[in-house]
Write a protein that binds this ligand. Structure first.
Ligand SMILES: [Zn+2]
Length: 329
C-alpha cells in the first residue's frame, strides 16, 4: 500500500500539470457515475492528508481518492517528470513511476516549448510495480485510449490522469471533506500543530505503539515500512504501550516522522537509513533491500547488533523489529 509520501507526490503531480485547468471527468469503466458532477469544472487544488488525496473544484465539489492496496494513477500527456522519476526508470519500489524521459530535471522540461508526451504511473502495489518493465508507452496520440478498468479519467487540454483500482473514489461537499478529515490524525506536511496532536493521541491509547502508528486516526500517512523503521530508529519496542512513552520519546518519534516523510516526498523512496554516502546511497536508492534497518529483513542479522530480525504478524500486518536493539517492552 502506498504510504503518505506517495500520495503527497501524486498531489504534487496534479498541482504541476492539472491545477488551474478545466477538466473533463469520466468513468470509462462505468463505476464512478459521479464523475459527471465534476466534469467541466476547474481544478482549484490538489493536496494529500495522510493516504487521502483531495482535489477541490470551482463548483464547490471535491474529488476524494484513497488508493488502498491496489490503486494507481497513470499520468500521460505533457506531465512533468521530476528527476527522481527520471533516474529510476520505472523501478521505484512503493511508488512506481515510468515514463519516456526527455529531460532529467523539471527546469529542462519547462524550457522546452512543445509539450512532450510521456506516461508515468504512481502509487500502485509494490509487488506488481516491481514486475513491470519494457512497456513504456511512447505513443504520440493524445489522449491515449484508457487501458483496463479505469474508474476515473481526468482530462485537460494537454494532460490526462487515469485512476485504477482505488478503495475510495467519490465526490464530497465541504461537510464531507470535513468528516473525512475529522477521522484523520495529523500529517506533518499539513498540520502545523501535528506534534501536539500526535502526543495527545498517543497518550489516549494503551494499544502497542507498533499498532498505534498504523492507526490513521492517531497519525496519518504511516504504513508498514515507516512503522517498522521509525521504531527501530528510536530503539522502541513495538509492543510497548503507546501511553507509556514519555514526552521526549514522543517528540523524537514525531520529529523523525517529519524528517522521513520529507525525504520520501523528495526522493520518492522510503529511505530510512542515515549517513549513506556514495555507492551505499546509490544502492539504497536502487534497491529496497539496501534501504531499510529492519523492514522485510526477517531472519537477517540486525545491521547494528547482528541479532536476527523478528517478524510478527500483528493485526494481519507484518511487523519487523530487532529484539535486542528494541528489547524492552
Ligand atoms: Zn539489533
Amino acid at each position: 500500500m502506498p504510504e503518505g509520501h506517495s500520495v503527497h507526490r501524486i498531489a504534487g503531480q496534479f498541482r504541476r500539470a492539472f491545477v488551474g485547468q478545466t477538466a473533463q471527468l469520466s468513468s470509462p469503466q462505468g463505476r464512478f457515475g459521479d464523475a459527471a458532477l465534476l466534469s467541466g469544472a476547474r481544478i482549484l487544488d490538489a493536496y494529500a492528508v495522510g493516504k487521502h488525496l483531495f482535489m477541490p473544484f470551482d463548483n464547490g465539489a471535491t474529488l476524494h481518492v484513497h488508493l488502498g492496496m491496489y490503486g494507481a494513477w497513470d499520468f500521460a500527456g505533457s506531465v512533468v517528470l521530476d528527476d527522481t522519476a527520471a533516474s529510476a526508470r520505472g523501478r521505484m519500489g512503493q511508488t512506481n513511476q515510468r515514463g519516456t524521459v526527455v529531460g532529467a530535471h523539471e527546469d529542462s522540461l519547462a524550457s522546452i516549448g512543445a509539450p512532450r508526451r510521456t506516461r508515468l504511473r504512481m502509487g500502485e502495489d509494490t509487488r506488481s510495480s516491481e514486475d513491470v518493465s519494457g512497456d513504456i508507452d511512447t505513443s504520440p496520440t493524445f489522449p491515449p485510449e484508457p487501458i483496463g478498468q479505469v474508474r476515473c479519467r481526468i482530462l485537460t487540454s494537454n494532460a490526462v490522469a487515469d485512476l485504477r483500482g482505488p478503495t475510495t473514489c467519490e465526490v464530497l461537499d465541504d461537510a464531507g471533506v470535513a468528516r473525512v478529515r475529522a477521522n484523520l490524525g495529523p500529517d506533518p506536511l499539513v498540520d502545523t500543530d501535528g506534534g501536539e496532536r500526535f502526543a495527545r493521541n498517543l497518550a489516549k491509547t494503551r494499544v502497542a505503539i507498533g499498532q498505534a502508528l498504523m492507526d490513521q486516526k492517531v497519525v496519518a500517512g504511516i504504513g508498514n515500512v515507516y512503522r517498522a523503521e521509525i521504531l527501530f530508529r528510536a530503539r522502541i519496542n513495538p509492543y510497548r504501550a503507546a501511553n507509556d512513552l514519555d514526552a521526549t520519546m514522543v517528540g523524537a518519534l514525531w520529529a523523525d516522522w517529519v524528517a522521513l516523510l520529507r525525504i520520501g516526498v523528495d526522493t520518492g523512496q522510503m529511505l530510512t537509513m542515515d549517513g549513506l554516502l556514495g555507492d551505499d546511497y546509490a544502492r539504497a536508492l536502487a534497491n529496497r533491500a539496501d534501504r531499510h534497518w529492519v523492514y522485510h529483513r526477517a531472519g537477517l542479522p540486525c545491521r547494528v547488533c547482528g541479532t536476527p530480525i523478528v517478524m510478527d504478524v500483528v493485526a494481519t500486518r507484518k511487523m519487523y523489529f530487532c529484539p535486542t536493539c528494541q528489547g524492552v517492552a
